[in-house]
Design a binder for this molecule. Structure first.
Ligand SMILES: C[S@@+](CC[C@H](N)C(=O)[O-])C[C@H]1O[C@@H](n2cnc3c(N)ncnc32)[C@H](O)[C@@H]1O
Length: 209
């Protein structure tokens, strides 16, 4: 039996292999609005809410799990969102090979996989190499945002960013109580807060470039 045809979600979902060389954001979105990346966008709550609230900003989720990425893209397609896309693939590859240096206004990394077991910690995405990649794509004055409900991982993230010469920490607004089910930053934010977990948040500005 032939496999079922894969639903065409272009341009909302493209894999890194579909792209030909370094991304030209103006061609990708058809405008020159600032671009923000959501690394590990998961089910896309942040993408949908942010792209709806800020039509003058382009959002690009990068998700290694194609099933999740396609699910998010389906939500974007349903709403015919012009300013949000999902790239399927490893964000580290995208940052290194496809995103032009100093072309991104913000990088969001929310609730990165904690890889709890000590022997698996080296699989964590947020390490010094990743931070170098982030520093390389952000414009001068661009922002890095990261949240986590894993205190120990967040402390690692904070140490890395605080010790990096190209970033300085910015104050955060108070965390507001959600008014409804979709009024969370991301799905993992909702899961964490409902479980009563402490949510650790960081916002840093890039001074390089
Ligand atoms: C714990 S989930 C958080 C999802 C979402 N940010 C949220 O807060 O609800 C982590 C996500 O990062 C994705 N991910 C892990 N490593 C990745 C990588 N190297 N590149 C892109 N996505 C990655 C996972 O597939 C997963 O969807």
């Amino acid at each position: 039996m032939r496999p079922p045809p894969t639903e065409d979600l272009a341009p909302w979902f493209l894999t890194l292999d579909d792209l030909d060389g370094v991304l030209n954001w103006s061609e990708f979105y058809g405008n020159d609005h600032p671009v923000e990346l959501d690394v590990g966008c998961g089910r896309g709550l942040f993408l949908v809410n942010s792209a709806t609230a800020h039509p003058e900003t382009n959002y690009c989720g990068i998700e290694i799990d194609y099933r999740e990425g396609r699910r998010t893209a389906r939500r974007l397609k349903k709403r015919m969102m012009a300013n949000a896309r999902v790239l399927g693939g490893d964000a580290r590859v995208a940052l290194e090979k496809l995103v032009k240096p100093r072309s991104v206004a913000a990088v969001h990394v929310y609730f990165p996989d904690p890889w709890w077991k000590r022997k698996h910690r080296r699989r964590r995405i947020f390490n010094d190499e990743f931070l170098e990649l982030v520093a390389g794509v952000l414009v001068h004055g661009g922002e890095l945002h990261s949240w986590s409900d894993v205190g120990e991982y967040f402390q690692t993230i904070r140490n890395l960013v605080d010790h990096h010469a190209d970033f300085h920490e910015e104050p955060l607004p108070d965390l507001k109580d959600p008014e409804h089910d979709m009024d969370y930053l991301t799905s993992y934010d909702r899961k964490g807060r409902r479980a009563g977990s402490e949510i650790h948040r960081g916002r840093w500005r890039c001074t390089a470039g």
